[in-house]
Design a protein around this ligand. Structure first.
Ligand SMILES: C[S@@+](CC[C@H](N)C(=O)[O-])C[C@H]1O[C@@H](n2cnc3c(N)ncnc32)[C@H](O)[C@@H]1O
Length: 261
């Protein structure tokens, strides 16, 4: 059996791109809402620009907000490669900060990033700033993983297979697994490790591991949170294609508007 190679030499941001290259099921959703609502768009937790670059390519001004400067550097490199850098404005900051614009058509938080806020105070602050940064008729839209907390608690410590993908840069196979170490059913907060094993064409392997603490939202939390932040729920759905919200859905997807509407 080929030996295990040393840990990957690629940066965390490049690793993020490789590990999520296969995930595109939401891109048409974000493009359609950006086109419907118009810019400026705030992409919060923009990471390496997966959504930002697609929206900017449709002609919208995008403010890409993230706490990780390296992610924003990679995001701008990708914006340059796509020829959209003039419309992309990187902002090093947190989703609990005021937005950089006060007339956003769309405040987007794609791919579960709102789950990174572990306290109720942070979550309300984030939505309040979105409410203040939206123009009349603008919307805040986010998607979240559907929690299955009792099941997850019972599976603590187990290595869960979460799928595999291919790194388009070199054809390496990436095996994705997750281990939940802590599950607090009462608060919805969990600690988990994502482990990605890279299997190269010559059979050599390496692994990266990332630890995360997340808040897993029950769908019924969102209307309360929206009301506290001065926003109203326009829709809550079970996917990116308008699926009805149900406990068996993999995710929940929310559109919030300003209360004055
Ligand atoms: C799951 S990734 C986001 C993926 C990205 N939205 C996409 O669709 O490709 C989470 C990102 O949120 C960023 N992040 C973590 N805490 C944050 C915070 N408080 N405010 C803004 N960004 C944050 C991380 O640096 C990371 O880039």
């Amino acid at each position: 059996m080929p030996p295990e190679s040393p840990a990957a030499t690629i940066s965390p941001a490049q690793g993020f791109i490789a590990e999520h290259a296969h995930y595109d099921e939401d891109l048409g959703f974000w493009e359609a809402h950006a086109d419907r609502l118009g810019g400026p768009v705030c992409d919060i937790g923009a990471a390496a620009g997966r959504v930002t670059v697609r929206i900017a390519a449709r002609g919208h001004e995008v403010w890409a907000i993230d706490t990780d400067p390296e992610m924003l550097d990679v995001l701008m490199e990708r914006a340059v490669d796509a020829g959209v850098q003039a419309r992309v404005h990187p902002v090093l900051g947190s989703m609990t900060d005021p937005l950089p614009v006060s007339d956003a058509g769309l405040v987007a938080i794609p791919m579960n990033s709102l789950q990174l806020l572990l306290t109720a105070e942070e979550r309300v602050a984030c939505l309040r700033h979105a409410a203040r940064g939206l123009r009349a008729g603008g919307e805040m839209i986010f998607d979240l993983a559907m929690p299955h907390l009792e099941v997850t608690r019972d599976l603590r410590g187990c290595v869960l297979d979460t799928g595999h993908s291919v790194d388009p840069a070199n054809g390496d196979l990436l095996m994705h697994t997750a281990i939940f170490d802590e599950v607090d059913v009462a608060s919805g907060n969990v600690a988990l490790r994502l482990l990605i094993e890279r299997i190269r064409r010559d059979g050599s392997r390496s692994r990266v591991e990332r630890g995360h603490r997340l808040h897993l939202y029950a769908p019924e939390e969102i209307p309360r949170l929206a009301a506290e932040a001065g926003l109203v729920v326009l829709s809550g759905e079970g996917g990116f294609r308008g699926e009805p919200l149900a406990p068996e859905c993999e995710r929940h997807v929310w559109r919030l508007g300003t209360a004055a509407l």
